[in-house]
Design a protein around this ligand. Structure first.
Ligand SMILES: O=P(O)(O)OC[C@H]1O[C@H](OP(=O)(O)OP(=O)(O)O)[C@H](O)[C@@H]1O
Ligand SMILES: O=c1cc[nH]c(=O)[nH]1
Ligand SMILES: [Mg+2]
Length: 208
């Protein structure tokens, strides 16, 4: 199920990310701000546990997050979405997943993974700004489910219709929160209009 997050500030930040003149520092800053905005709808149903809180004046009821959230950024580009979530959610676990698309076949190559063994029934948030062909997200979800994760959602910045369709076919149980559904992929598998290569835009590397 695709949820396109519709908010005026989402539109403003995404426009800055798209501009080719936006440099690495501004790109990182606006990606963090945008991710923070996406965290709210993505965690609307976050389970809480009531706790007792003592204010300077009285005892009252407060809440804490029931099960620690596991953030799974897909390297490299997903790294830029970690801080936005950590800014607003206390005590998260960050579990990195290294993956890149082979430039010729567009197939995902997984090169690193680190999912903690004892977090299977915790909410898992897969973070990757770009959902293009959907190959990387499908492979990441295959991996997380094989590791035992059951409660997973995906948060992306820009999604292509081709990637959304593939995810819906392969993982119909997983909700996808995105800031924008774009038009299409080009012949090289890049999202149009998109924002270019999200990893290169964040880290200043030039594509080969
Ligand atoms: O939906 P897909 O067609 O699989 O494409 C999306 C993937 O492509 C990008 O990673 P990339 O391969 O550029 O790696 P990088 O983050 O290291 O640059 C992006 O961050 C996704 O992981
Ligand atoms: O447009 C795209 C497609 C895949 N990965 C990116 O970083 N950008
Ligand atoms: Mg890249």
């Amino acid at each position: 199920m695709l949820i396109v997050v519709d908010h005026p500030l989402v539109k403003v930040h995404i426009s800055i990310l798209r501009r080719q003149e936006t440099g690495t520092d501004a790109f990182r800053q606006h990606l963090t701000a945008l991710t923070r905005l996406l965290a709210f709808p993505a965690l609307q149903d976050l389970q809480l546990t009531p706790i007792s809180v003592r204010t300077p004046l009285a005892e009252t009821t407060g809440y804490r997050v029931q099960k620690m959230l596991v953030l799974v950024p897909v390297l490299r580009a997903g790294l830029g979405m970690v801080e936005g979530f950590r800014d607003v959610v206390p005590d998260t676990v960050v579990s990195h997943l290294g993956m890149y698309r082979d430039h010729r076949t567009l197939k995902p190559i997984r090169y690193y993974s680190n999912f903690p063994a004892s977090y299977h029934d915790h909410p898992v948030i897969l973070l990757d700004p770009m959902l293009a062909t959907g190959g990387s997200a499908v492979d990441a979800l295959d991996y997380l489910k094989a590791e035992g994760a059951r409660n997973i959602r995906v948060v992306s910045i820009i999604s292509a219709p081709e990637g959304v369709k593939k995810l819906e076919e392969c993982h119909p149980d997983v909700r996808v929160y995105t800031a924008q559904l774009d038009e299409r992929l080009n012949e090289l598998g890049y999202i149009i209009p998109g924002l270019g290569d999200a990893g290169d835009r964040q880290f200043g590397t030039v594509p080969d």
